[in-house]
Design a protein. Structure first.
Length: 252
């Protein structure tokens, strides 16, 4: 996770790996960029595969964005590689795409969440507890006092969401505040984490949508993508695909 343009907005970082011909539409076939390092990669890949079932086949271009890049790279991707870039987090409090790019309709509602080994809500956290967070994330800003009074917790900060969850599992922290899609991905390889409890975080910049980026002066691919999403939504398939990643506004 990296800090996005804007003082307190957060976005997943993307980086270039590889090269090749793309960015060309043929009939109704579009090229869509997917970041293999993104926590939403598995979901994005399934949605691309599902598009053909509703009359909008798409060709994925997969790259590794694990190192993160500048906004300039988003524009490079959109000009030379693909018509759409999936997996872009949209802060509900500050929907701020890179200059020159626009956002499709969202295909996922998600959030930063509280994760604990025993059932606990944010309101039940006690002063002096150790909380693990990722560097430059909304929870990091919250614990640093950027949204108001500084909470009376000990903050352990890590570079990646996986390291945050590792710290919780190793009992180096009593709670973690993480990106929900990262928790979904973590659960796949850490069976013990599936028994942990997840609860809502009530703070600024905790609620997000996921959408695709496209050049604001070239809307054709975006219009087809949005129409295909509507068909997936109407059939119930989109809800089925996104269920594991969707955060409801209630503690559980």
């Amino acid at each position: 996770m990296i800090v996005k343009r804007g003082a307190l907005a957060i976005a997943l970082g993307l980086a270039l790996l590889g090269a090749g011909p793309f960015g060309v539409s043929k009939g109704h076939t579009s090229v869509i960029c997917l970041d293999s390092s993104s926590p939403s990669f598995a979901l994005d890949r399934k949605i691309v595969a599902a598009l053909s079932a509703v009359g909008e086949p798409a060709t994925p271009f997969v790259y590794d964005g694990g190192e993160g890049v500048s906004e300039r790279f988003f524009k490079y991707l959109s000009r030379t590689k693909c018509g759409l870039i999936m997996g872009y987090p949209v802060d509900l409090a500050n929907p701020d795409p890179p200059d020159g790019l626009a956002l499709t309709h969202p295909y996922l509602s998600t959030a930063y969440v509280l994760v604990t080994r025993s059932k606990m809500t944010q309101a039940a956290l006690k002063s002096g507890m150790t909380i693990a967070v990722g560097m430059g994330t909304a929870p990091h800003f919250y614990l640093a006092g950027a949204f108001g009074a500084t909470p009376n917790f000990v903050t352990n900060t890590y570079q990646t969401q996986e390291q945050v969850l590792d710290a919780l599992g190793a009992r180096q922290a009593q709670a973690a505040m993480v990106w929900e899609p990262s928790l979904v991905r973590y659960d796949l390889t850490h069976p013990a984490a599936r028994a942990w409890h997840t609860a809502s975080l009530h703070m600024q910049h905790s609620r997000w949508k996921m959408a695709a980026l496209y050049p604001e002066d070239d809307t054709a691919a975006a219009k087809r993508f949005d129409a295909a999403l509507d068909r997936l939504q109407s059939s119930g398939q989109l809800a089925s695909l996104t269920k594991a990643y969707t955060w409801e506004q209630t503690d559980r």
